[in-house]
Ligand binder design. Sequence first.
Ligand SMILES: Cc1cc2nc3c(=O)[nH]c(=O)nc-3n(C[C@H](O)[C@H](O)[C@H](O)COP(=O)(O)OP(=O)(O)OC[C@H]3O[C@@H](n4cnc5c(N)ncnc54)[C@H](O)[C@@H]3O)c2cc1C
Length: 348
Amino acid sequence: MAVEKVVIIGSGPAGWAAAIYTARAELKPLVFEGAITEPNRLNGTLPLGQLNLTTEVENYPGFPSGDVEPYLDHALPKDVRQSMAPHSKHGVSGPELMELMRQQAKNFGTRIVTDDIVRVEFSKRPFRLTSLEGGVIEAHAVIVATGARANYLGLPSEDAYKNRGVSACAVCDGALPRFRNKPLVVVGGGDSAVEESTYLTKFASRVHLVHRRDQLRASKIMAERAAANPKIELVWNHELAEVLGDDKQGVNGVTLKSTTGAGTRQIPATGVFLAIGHTPNTAFLDGQLALTPKKYIQWTVPFRTNTSVEGVFAAGDVADDYYRQAITAAGSGCQAALDAERWLAHHE
Ligand SMILES: Cc1cc2nc3c(=O)[nH]c(=O)nc-3n(C[C@H](O)[C@H](O)[C@H](O)COP(=O)(O)OP(=O)(O)OC[C@H]3O[C@@H](n4cnc5c(N)ncnc54)[C@H](O)[C@@H]3O)c2cc1C
């Protein structure tokens, strides 16, 4: 079996940035972009990553608002264009941006396998990877860029209004017109729920922070910050029972259920932000890389993408539970490619 120089696992901005850089460095990368399966659909881990699940992307540099339709027609193959949703003329959408990244990686010779890696053997080199369909690949270097999926409650109404008022990323979506000067709901009780609520007060008329208990899990300073913010209303002892809305406008409210038996209540809102954590896609590593207590891959060298195993690098949200943006994921994909290239120069 021929040993690959570098295999990249994952197909979000981190994976494609790593592929573009390693392909241009003539390392002939092989990308496992994930499998098209029902479990991946339900998990939100289909190929092309988290950004493929959203609509407008207003903060990725290089795509100001405008009609990118002619450019997409030119840059992407016909069959890809035909399968894409009509363009909104507001700049670039998540699926468009991801197809462009994938195409850019392909243009430089990246080979792509539409399958999951389900098993890794990192104890000796070359590393061995096994795919869902049973393929076995050996590689001198591996870049793990499998991302982290946002957690949702799993309500059918939540699913129905995703991208039409339901979001799991305030920094990504908070500035969109539908949320401006309108009441919003944030669900959660930890530091990130307070952070998201505070961020949303820049745009919202009011933010209802809904928590199941009678005190926040957030650190004391964050909880005090939420309590002191006149735009944040803390709604204790309630959980989200249903997202309300209609086909035309999307979300227009929520039904909350008391966790202390006090019945239900409705709150008008144009947006519902879930801030109940993320799950990093690291289970398939089966303990072979050091993870953080939250199960993200541990970067082991400051300002580098090295992991606990020499020759295995990590990029994007799978190792970064702090920034979680497309641009930072792409940036660390570039770093991982350069780290892998330099490592291979001495170890292949
Ligand atoms: C609703 C929403 C809206 C967002 N909007 C924005 C925005 O406007 N701007 C912004 O900058 N960021 C936005 N983000 C955040 C952004 O999407 C992420 O930070 C970014 O996608 C992370 O990139 P990544 O490459 O690390 O991983 P991901 O995008 O998570 O991609 C990883 C992918 O790798 C694949 N994979 C996983 N496991 C395996 C495996 N075992 N084998 C093979 N393949 C595998 C899967 O397809 C997975 O989806 C948004 C996120 C969400 C949830």
